[in-house]
Design a protein around this ligand. Structure first.
Ligand code: 5BU
Length: 268
């Protein structure tokens, strides 16, 4: 299917430079799975990407989880991800003032040089987006920020009255904003977020697992199909894949469920 058909109004309306690239990759691979690669060794990460690379649409990292991180090892890993046609998304959850966030895109990990997308809280105000975009600009690159409008974990404070609305207001017209993080564990909350966001931005959702219910330490899980029907454009799945007995088969299963849900949604 052509991206414009399956993504509907989102295809024309999304205004960050990377949005279409993601939507095209998702169509090529027939997958809306963003792999949360939360392993702590480079060998583990490389093995995981070798197994599931063809079945996922983007790679989400936590670079500071890794015990044996090296600049060269990370460069090779990112090259592997690029060879699999994956946008690289560092879930750093930046939260500082603009100039410091810009500086934090550099540092030892030099996130600005390899990440296409990063997450940010809006707690410090809307200028964080410009700070992060300046970070990419410092190395001649462009990226996109995912603002946390909701979270998947129990008791998180983003659900306090007005917070999500303020986040949407802060990000909706900024072309540096790739989209919003929504809560994949609660389809009804996600549907409300989609109403507020309209079609101009993508929504990606953590808290998704075929085993619906409570996870460890406050994580909560909802069903992938329900999340996409409620307006998610990408399901962030970590342990549901990397802890499974056969990561390739499980990634394929999540990919099929997510793609079928998108096709069903496009027919609605
Ligand atoms: P899991 O193993 O599928 O539960 O992993 C979820 C991932 O998504 C993990 O890397 C978290 O850091 C990330 N996450 C989340 O779980 N909930 C949120 O609200 C946000 C990110 Br934002």
């Amino acid at each position: 299917m052509e991206p414009a058909d399956v993504w509907g109004a989102r295809w024309d309306a999304c205004d960050n430079a990377l949005s279409r690239r993601y939507m095209e990759v998702a169509c090529r691979k027939q997958s809306l799975v963003i792999l949360a690669a939360d392993l702590n060794t480079m060998a583990g990460l490389n093995g995981l990407i070798d197994s599931v690379g063809p079945h996922i649409a983007a790679l989400k990292t936590h670079v500071d989880l890794i015990d044996d991180w090296t600049t060269d090892g990370w460069r090779d890993f990112c090259e592997k991800a690029i060879a699999h046609d994956l946008l690289i998304f560092e879930d750093r959850k930046f939260a500082d003032i603009g100039p410091i966030s810009r500086g934090q895109m550099a540092g030892v990990y030099d996130i600005r040089s390899w990440a296409n997308i990063v997450t940010a809280h809006g707690i410090s105000g809307p200028d964080i987006v410009d700070g992060l975009c300046a970070g990419w600009n410092d190395v001649g690159r462009e990226g996109g920020v995912l603002l946390l409008a909701q979270m998947s974990s129990r008791g998180n404070l983003l659900g306090l009255p007005g917070y999500t609305d303020e986040m949407v207001k802060a990000g909706i017209s900024n072309q540096g904003v790739f989209g919003f993080i929504g809560n994949g564990s609660r389809a009804e909350e996600l549907a409300v977020l989609r109403e507020k966001v309209g079609n101009q931005k993508l929504i990606w959702t953590p808290g998704v697992n075929l085993a619906v219910g409570d996870g460890v330490m406050g994580q909560r899980y909802g069903n992938p199909r329900n999340a996409i029907h409620a307006g998610s454009d990408g399901i962030i799945v970590g342990s549901g894949i990397y802890k499974s007995a056969n990561v390739k088969d499980t990634a394929t299963e999540y990919a099929e469920i997510s793609w079928n849900a998108l096709v069903e949604r496009s027919d609605e």
